[in-house]
Design a binder for this molecule. Structure first.
Ligand code: UD1
Ligand code: CA
Length: 453
């Protein structure tokens, strides 16, 4: 099969500098959604018709399997498909998709494409309560499709028809090429309508079959920010329902957003207002409290993520506790039963089992052993303004509050660092190291008083 994706439309109503088909739905460009579904049909060729300002499209949408046809100016959907003609293999039928219709199911397209032969084309149509603006499917007394009439060209009687053209169709290619050469722009919009090929098919005795999608939203396109937001909600709602069906507990299916892939084990609980981006895996029994943003992360069994936690490119071991208000940045690897508490930031660091940093700390570029206690206010000073250095903290270390570890530095196994220490040299194993000045009390000191004027 050949697949043509029409993506040249300007998308004026988006009022955006970004081409419409690059606007993200669930974190992924509209066109990428269409392309991902198209690829699952294992087509022999994919041709994307792009337009004015489309260089950004070429940069963002990649693939050796893609052929690009530029349409400039844009003279209608028929003219758009004409630009793809050189790329189409006559021996295969051609499926036409829209780059701004992102939610069509694979199964719907399979049902549609099963109906094409050299003697038959097929249209995806749907009955709408309000068909205003769409091309109407005109049938004869025997219910046989005769033509598609665009809304602006339709008679009042035709405008009463509620079956509309979704724009998605599959056509035998040699015939398509022939019919495209016959299009004229002698119509209400002065455009070359792809839909006019239907009358050509009928005239040549080629049957026009129709198929309907399972759900109406599969055929919805995006022309405005409002429609974009509506489709986003449909997508998220579908995904939330899938998660519930898989056994994931969602506090409110209307308040979760997944922009990527969320894979969950058994008895996972997700509270309200969480956002998942990229590839996220939550193993059995993981609990995510409210208002967390989690991106490209793997969270092992039984771990609890407390509210307002931000995780980006990190791995969290089993039985851990993270948050509230914690931040795990890229390269964080926490082993089992690690506790990261409020206002603790961890970056590019490995923390071994049973270690804790419960309050107000920065652990960056560090290798932390097991059973380590990192006190409140501890900071790894990993950056000298030009270069970054690593801090090594061995097993069973106790770091007192408000300690600065000036990297590169090593704290030996079982060492204790006194509160307030600024560690600039390695601390030996098993001993107390402290860099504080001795405490003094001035016996006769008086607090200054305001002088009488
Ligand atoms: C088209 C159909 C109409 C159908 C409707 C469904 C025609 C003549 N009409 O109408 O029957 O009910 O879609 O939404 O086909 N595009 C290009 N180049 C162009 C024009 C359009 O690439 O010159 C692309 C657009 O980016 C879009 C798609 O084709 O992805 C449809 O274009 P749009 O202007 O939305 O089609 P309508 O005229 O609304
Ligand atoms: Ca449209």
């Amino acid at each position: 099969m050949n697949i043509v994706i029409l993506a040249a439309g300007m998308g004026k109503r988006m009022r955006s500098a970004l081409p419409k088909v690059l606007h993200p739905l669930a974190g992924k460009p509209l066109l990428q959604h269409v392309l991902d579904t198209a690829r699952q049909l294992k087509p022999t060729r994919i041709c994307i018709v792009y337009g004015h300002g489309g260089e950004a499209v070429l940069q963002q949408i990649k693939g050796d399997d893609l052929h690009w046809a530029k349409q400039e100016p844009q003279l209608g959907t028929g003219h758009a498909v004409q630009q793809a003609v050189p790329f189409l293999d006559d021996a295969q039928p051609t499926l036409i998709l829209y780059g701004d219709v992102p939610l069509t199911r694979l199964s719907t397209l399979q049902t549609l494409t099963a109906q094409v032969s050299t003697a038959q084309m097929a249209l995806l149509t749907v009955e709408l309560d309000d068909p205003t603006g769409y091309g109407r499917i005109v049938r004869d007394a025997n219910d046989t499709v005769q033509q598609i009439v665009e809304h602006k060209d339709a008679t009042p009687a035709q405008r009463m028809l509620s079956e509309i053209n979704t724009g998605i169709m599959v056509v035998p290619t040699a015939q398509l090429k022939r019919w495209l050469t016959r299009l004229s722009n002698n119509n209400a919009q002065g455009e070359y309508y792809l839909t006019d090929i239907v009358a050509s098919a009928v005239a040549e005795g080629v049957t026009v079959a129709t198929a309907a999608p399972q759900d109406e939203w599969e055929t919805l396109g995006v022309n405005s920010r409002l429609q974009m937001a509506e489709l986003e909600r449909i997508y998220q709602n579908n995904l939330a329902e899938e998660l519930l069906e898989q056994g994931v507990a969602l506090a409110d299916p209307a308040r979760i957003d997944v922009r990527g892939t969320l894979t969950c084990g058994r008895d996972v609980f997700i509270d309200v207002n969480c956002v998942f981006e990229g590839e996220v895996v939550l193993s059995d029994g993981v609990q995510i409290a409210a208002n967390c943003v989690i991106r490209n992360a793997h969270i092992d069994a039984g771990t609890q993520i407390a509210p307002f936690t931000h995780i980006d490119d990190a791995r969290v071991g089993a039985g851990g506790k993270v948050g509230p208000f914690a931040r795990l940045r890229p390269g964080t690897v926490l082993a089992e039963d690690v506790h990261i508490g409020n206002f603790v930031e961890v970056k590019n660091s490995a923390i071994a089992a049973h270690s804790k940093a419960n309050h107000l700390a920065y652990v960056g570029d560090a290798d932390v052993g097991s059973n380590v206690n990192i006190g409140a206010g501890t900071i790894t000073c990993n950056y000298d303004g030009a270069n970054k250095f690593r801090t090594t903290i061995e097993d069973d270390v106790f770091i007192g509050s408000d300690t600065q570890l000036v990297a590169p530095v090593r704290v030996g196994k079982g060492a204790t660092l006194g509160a307030g220490t600024t560690l600039t040299k390695d601390a030996p194993a098993g001993k107390l190291t402290v860099s504080r000045t001795k405490q003094v009390t001035l016996e006769n000191w008086q607090r200054p008083r305001k002088q009488d004027k």
